[in-house]
Design a protein around this ligand. Structure first.
Ligand code: 5RP
Length: 298
């Protein structure tokens, strides 16, 4: 039998209004609870930013430098990432299911580096994405590429599937080898992804006018790291991007190909979440690297 409700007076606090907290992430206030909850597993609600560790490159590049042994070389970095961006093959084989950060699953694929890269299809079913408990699905969008329309269509289908189940879609702007990587291109590509439903967008940082790319995109932008550059320069790029409106980084090669990947990811965190200046972050990186070398680094 249920307990009798005997309290003489109750605390309804009728004079206290229920808080109406806006959601912390740009353009996301009107999304449903499940989608917001997943986004809060990608972006840190306190800083509003994310360090996504991208190591999905094998889906078209094979075992590229730094990713020969994901189990040995990348898994130790994962506790320092807010989110992992990877393929389902690597997720199932290498990532312990006890990992509780966000999972952003590579959801498009097809051609290898030997072929036309824009010739992609959707490479996952929504059932599989749900089974893997992912926070977002990532799809390549080739604006200006040979298969531009198909890649957009891949994205819009994933947006439809994801929205039905509260799973975010990351539109990844992929720039063809012969295209200008400038603000004009990034504005065009990011805006098309956002207009057609991407929950958030990945672009590259551009030196001139990145703030216009971020400002004209109504959803959060994260930047890819791109080809490996010196650690100090990569920290400068991450700093510039977040100071100019990016909500974080989706960085791969500049972390896992760094001289000391474990020190580098921690330095990137300092820039993204604690707004360290690039010089401070580089000093932090070098000090941590030295300390680890002295300890015989693992
Ligand atoms: C591959 C990707 C990568 O995940 C992305 O380019 C980030 O990696 P990097 O920092 O190495 O550029 O989307 O297509």
């Amino acid at each position: 039998m249920a307990d009798a409700d005997t309290a003489a007076s109750k605390s309804y606090q009728a004079d206290v209004a229920q808080p109406k907290e806006p959601f912390f992430l740009k353009g996301s206030n009107h999304l449903d609870w499940g989608l917001k909850n997943r986004l809060a597993n990608i972006f840190n609600p306190e800083s509003g930013r994310t360090v996504m560790l991208a190591f999905d490159h094998g889906y078209f590049m094979g075992p590229t430098s730094g990713l020969e042994r994901v189990d040995l070389d990348v898994v130790p970095l994962t506790p320092h990432a807010d989110t992992l961006m990877l393929t389902r093959g690597i997720l199932r084989t290498c990532i312990p299911p006890t990992y509780t950060g966000g999972i952003v699953l590579r959801a498009s694929g097809g051609p290898s580096i030997l072929k036309e890269l824009s010739d992609e299809e959707i490479a996952i079913s929504i059932d599989e994405a749900i089974r893997l408990n992912v926070a977002a699905m990532a799809v390549q969008v080739f604006i200006g590429g040979e298969y531009e329309t198909r890649s957009i269509h891949n994205m819009t289908r994933l947006v439809d599937m994801g929205n039905r189940h509260g799973i975010a879609t990351l539109g990844v702007t992929a720039v063809g080898r012969d295209m200008a990587r400038d603000a004009k291109y990034m504005r065009l590509a990011a805006r098309i992804c956002a207009e057609l439903g991407a929950t958030y967008v990945k672009t590259y940082y551009v030196d001139d006018g990145f703030e216009t790319v971020a400002a004209s995109c109504p959803v959060p932008i994260v930047i890819a790291g791109g080809k490996k550059i010196p650690e100090a320069d990569a920290l400068q790029v991450a700093h510039n991007a977040v100071q100019q409106g990016a909500c974080g980084v989706d960085m791969g090669r500049n972390i896992f190909q760094a001289d000391d990947p474990l020190a580098m990811i921690q330095a990137v965190r300092k820039v993204v979440h604690e707004s360290f200046k690039p010089s401070e972050a580089n000093e932090f990186y070098l000090a941590l690297k030295k300390e680890r070398e002295e300890q015989g680094r693992s």
